[in-house]
Design a binder for this molecule. Structure first.
Ligand SMILES: Cc1cc2nc3c(=O)[nH]c(=O)nc-3n(C[C@H](O)[C@H](O)[C@H](O)COP(=O)(O)OP(=O)(O)OC[C@H]3O[C@@H](n4cnc5c(N)ncnc54)[C@H](O)[C@@H]3O)c2cc1C
Length: 564
């Protein structure tokens, strides 16, 4: 966003008569509440957030303690051009130092400690793979270029494996890609195309995970909690433990108005009447719906029941085609699930091992593994990361928190001969330690750890192949007071499975429904920056763009010399 646009919008007429209801308390709803206050000039007391869980933050979690074990379902890789997210957090005070904003806190720590992977790929029980090339043949580069030039309409519901030749799926690029972004071969190639274009500027640093930004602590404490704290101070009502079951939507000549919100609060049914003056925002779908946890001795049991967010979206979708098709995303759990586990390790055994593997001191307050270390020959395709410590505000000095995951939970382990999804925390960690070449240290390390497995049935549901209309528009055509937020609302060009997408949906929804004199910042247009495109091409060709010398020869002594 240029500085000219970096203003607060003018006060919309009649805003004092409105009430806003937000279904879900993930970052999308929290952001929408913030923009209703900031740009919509709404008083916090006019805004109610209805959340089925007893905690806000949604997928941005960070729970537990050093004694029982910490739990992060995920760790968020971010980057400089999360334009909406950084706009939001440029005005939210940090909970650690309220004199500084969350953005200042994040920027400061990443300046001091920029990310760089020490062991991006590991093979053969702990052997570091020194490769930094994407390993693409000319044919593979051509496939990627053609993908970039194709339209979403042409690609339709094509999957990654339908689009690419088998040789691409053997490349380092695919290994880096799928472990970093959690893409599977059966996922949408359209989403892959969006990632390629949106994050093209990150391609040169991809093999070492350079230019990736991290929050100071886990993302619940670094992002969700400061925002919630600010919203509460503004008077926003958090109605936790309340599940929204349906909406009454009046549809007359394609004009759609929410007239009532049905909910269950502590098991008691209630209806909130709404008028065309009120605003209703629904986060339609959640990648962490029905997550289950296990322990050191117990696996996390897969929950196949239909979750609250999907049944609500199904009820809404049945009322009009403009409200999308939830089953495209949530009806094939075996294609959307995977498992993560969080290791809480006390004392020196784990610290010494990490220090040996990475060459970095895990207690230095700086990044340890520098984002994920992927085990390329793991049948579960495991990755693990030890972010800069402490990862929790209250984390004791002698404790480390490590997050790991595997993309193939139905596969049997290489050392623990069980399906990953059937393993308890001890077995998961044992498999990881074997792959780290630390087999002989397993008994000692096990005495000092808690491991919490977490099964997420819908974690990659947003990547399922889809076509136009499967995701509803943020503000569907004809809607007077209903907007959809989050990962399952359609916005051109931006990428799902990101915090940024959710925040962008919030901005779009608020600015559109209130008809503000402001638009969200453009999705970072790296694909139009000739410098970025040139660097990306150079990276794909390992530094030797074909015919480069020939082109230079022909342009010599012309006005284009040096320009191209
Ligand atoms: C393992 C993992 C790794 C990730 N990695 C990255 C990353 O590297 N980079 C990145 O940018 N992002 C990453 N993300 C994605 C990012 O965390 C999410 O995109 C974002 O948090 C989604 O926010 P949301 O508000 O849209 O949805 P959610 O956070 O899912 O919130 C939806 C909320 O709505 C509630 N709800 C749903 N239905 C109802 C109902 N009927 N009634 C009441 N409440 C309801 C749910 O309980 C939930 O709290 C990752 C996420 C995970 C889990």
């Amino acid at each position: 966003m240029g500085n000219y646009q970096n203003v607060t919008a003018g006060r919309p007429a009649g805003v004092e008569k409105k009430k806003a209801y937000l279904v879900g308390a993930g970052i999308a709803s929290l952001a929408a509440a913030a923009y209703l206050i900031r740009d919509g000039h709404m008083a916090g007391g006019q805004i109610t957030i209805l959340e089925q869980l007893d905690i806000a933050g949604g997928s941005l979690d960070g729970s537990g303690n050093a004694t029982d074990g910490y739990l992060v379902r995920g760790g968020r890789e971010m980057e400089e051009h999360y334009e909406c997210t950084w706009d939001l957090f440029s005005r939210v005070p940090s909970i650690i130092d309220p004199e500084r904003t969350v953005l200042e806190e994040i920027r400061e720590i990443n300046l001091i400690d920029p990310n760089e992977a020490t062991n991006r790929i590991i093979n053969n029980c702990g052997v570091k793979d020194p490769n930094t090339s994407l390993g693409l043949s000319h044919h593979n580069v051509r496939e990627l270029t053609k993908l970039s030039l194709a339209t979403e309409q042409e690609l339709g519901a094509t999957t990654v494996e339908e689009y690419f030749s088998p040789s691409f799926l053997e490349t380092y690029m695919w290994c880096y890609w799928r472990s970093m972004f959690a893409f599977q071969t059966w996922h949408s190639v359209v989403e892959m195309r969006r990632y390629m274009q949106r994050f093209m500027h990150l391609l040169p640093g991809m093999s070492l995970l350079k230019d990736i930004l991290f929050t100071k602590y886990n993302q619940y404490q670094s992002l969700a909690l400061p925002l919630q704290t600010w919203l509460e101070a503004e008077g926003v009502v958090f109605d936790l433990g309340t599940q929204v079951t349906d909406l009454d939507i009046e549809i007359v000549n394609a004009v759609k108005t929410v007239t009532g919100i049905h909910l269950l609060r502590n098991g008691v049914a209630e209806t909130i009447p709404t008028t065309a003056d009120d605003l209703v925002f629904v986060t339609n779908g959640s990648m962490t719906e029905n997550s289950t946890v296990g322990s050191l001795g117990e696996p996390a049991i897969l929950n196949r029941e239909a979750g609250g967010c999907w049944s609500l979206w199904r009820s809404i979708a049945a009322k009009d085609d403009a409200f999308g098709r939830p089953d495209v995303f949530c009806s094939d759990i075996d294609k959307t699930k995977w498992l993560s586990f969080t290791i809480t390790a006390k004392g020196s055994p784990m610290a010494d091992l990490l220090s040996k593997i990475t060459g970095r001191d895990p207690h230095s307050g700086k990044g340890v593994t520098g984002c994920i270390m992927t085990i390329r020959d793991s049948s579960w395709l495991m990755s693990a990361t030890c972010s800069r410590q402490p990862h929790y505000v209250d984390q004791p000095d002698d404790v480390l928190v490590i997050w790991a995951y595997g993309l193939f939970p139905d596969n049997v382990g290489d050392f623990v001969h069980k399906k990953m999804s059937d393993c308890n925390g001890e077995e998961l960690l044992s498999e990881l330690l074997h792959h780290w070449g630390a087999e002989d240290q397993i008994p000692e390390i096990m005495k000092t750890v808690k491991v919490i497995p977490c099964m997420m049935p819908y974690i990659t549901s947003q990547f399922m192949p889809r076509v136009k209309g499967d995701r509803p528009e943020v503000v569907p055509v004809g809607s007077r007071n209903l907007a959809f937020l989050g990962q399952f609302a359609e916005m051109p060009d931006d990428c799902v499975f990101t915090v940024e997408y959710s925040v962008r949906s919030a901005m779009t929804a608020v600015f559109t429904l209130l008809a503000l004199d402001k638009t969200p910042p453009e999705v970072y247009p790296s694909k139009y920056d000739v410098r970025v495109v040139a660097k990306a091409a150079e990276t794909m060709y390992d530094g030797h763009v074909p015919a480069e010398r020939l082109i230079s020869h022909f342009l010599k002594d012309t006005s284009l010399e040096g320009l191209i």
